[in-house]
Design a protein around this ligand. Structure first.
Ligand code: GTR
Length: 327
């Protein structure tokens, strides 16, 4: 009897040790990022991964694969949807092909300022849209700053008329194609990594992006005229695979991960602002021609956007209205 009891105790001990170890098994996950390691979104990804690791007591590790190691954004988003990649930080533009409602958060000239943008993203509208991603097999994790986008070209542009007939690279997004068409230019959707050579070889005459991207991709070397028309503020988004997360993490852990992304925003925004200033100085020093516009001159670009707003479906128009009403 004594022997039997000892055996039972020993087995119990073994099972509890094994069980405990299993419970603590390290979970490794991958996050795909298009930008290089020192870019503000990538630094934000690292901060997010650090917070997740700390808050899971070392159980959950998110490895950041920067510089397109896992592919271009559109292909990566598809992989996330299938569950082959756990997370990605991408621009909202290509995400709208999976859930068109997101166009309501990236219409041209939508936000009055940065404060307006953050009230929308971190408020009910942003939360509801992130939650809606589950229908498309994603989990919306959180937002980063993607700044303001301007056109840059091989010839001087000051008015929408100057863009007429030019070939302009846009992200792989119907909305961005419509935006450039409304300005009388030809839209050429291309993956991010192909833009430099497209500009260099004259496949396109220009593109559009924020200052940090204009700088880090060296597009400024081959498209020297930038016009500060400020047509877009496209948020950066972190999305995850619903399939992968639901199989690897508990509901509580998923909530913790979302909070970690929210808390990583502070550092990402700080680094973003610093980078915008540094990039602007760098491209000016490289003799790029920066054309500043008056409010009236910017309005000419904005006025050209009415057909893009008119084209939106009613449900999207309703969200746009809500966004515009946020004070
Ligand atoms: C950048 C954005 C990237 C990518 C790129 C592009 O501003 O951070 O994720 O979408 O623009 O224009 O393709």
């Amino acid at each position: 009897m004594k022997k039997f009891l000892t055996l039972c105790l020993a087995l119990l001990l073994i099972f509890s040790v094994v069980g405990c170890k299993l419970g603590q098994k390290e979970i490794k996950m991958r996050l795909a990022e298009t930008h290089p390691a020192d870019y503000p979104t990538t630094q934000g990804d690292y901060e997010f991964a650090k917070l997740v690791k700390e808050r899971s007591n070392g159980k959950i590790t998110i490895e950041v694969y920067h510089s397109k190691q896992l592919g271009e954004e559109k292909a990566v988003i598809e992989q996330v949807q299938l569950g082959a990649i756990d997370f990605t930080r991408v621009s909202l533009a290509p995400v709208a092909s999976f859930d068109a409602k997101f166009n309501a958060l990236q219409m041209p000239f939508l936000y009055r300022d940065t404060d307006h943008l953050w009230k929308v993203l971190n408020g009910n509208i942003g939360d509801e849209l992130l939650a809606g991603l589950e229908k498309s097999d994603f989990i919306g994790i959180g937002w980063f700053d993607g700044g303001i986008r301007n056109f840059y070209t091989k010839r001087l542009v000051k008015t929408p008329k100057d863009l007429k007939g030019m070939k302009i690279r846009v992200q792989q997004s119907e909305l961005m194609v419509d935006m450039v068409k409304a300005l009388g230019a030809t839209a050429t959707p291309l993956p991010y990594g192909e833009v430099y050579s497209a500009l260099q070889t004259g496949v396109v005459d220009g593109a559009e992006n924020n200052y940090p991207s204009y700088d880090s991709t060296s597009h400024y070397e081959v498209a020297k005229f930038l016009v500060e028309d400020e047509h877009l503020r496209i948020p950066e988004i972190i999305i995850a695979s619903k399939k992968a997360l639901n199989s690897k993490l508990s509901k509580k852990e998923i909530e913790m991960v979302k909070q970690a992304a929210r808390d990583a925003q502070t550092l990402q925004i700080k680094l973003w602002n610093e980078k915008v200033t540094a990039s602007k100085e760098k491209v000016k020093a490289a003799k790029c021609v920066i054309t500043e516009l008056s409010a009236d001159e910017k309005k000419a670009f904005q006025d050209a956007m009415s057909p893009v707003y008119d084209k939106q479906a009613d449900d999207i128009k309703a969200i746009i209205k809500k966004v515009q009403e946020i004070q």
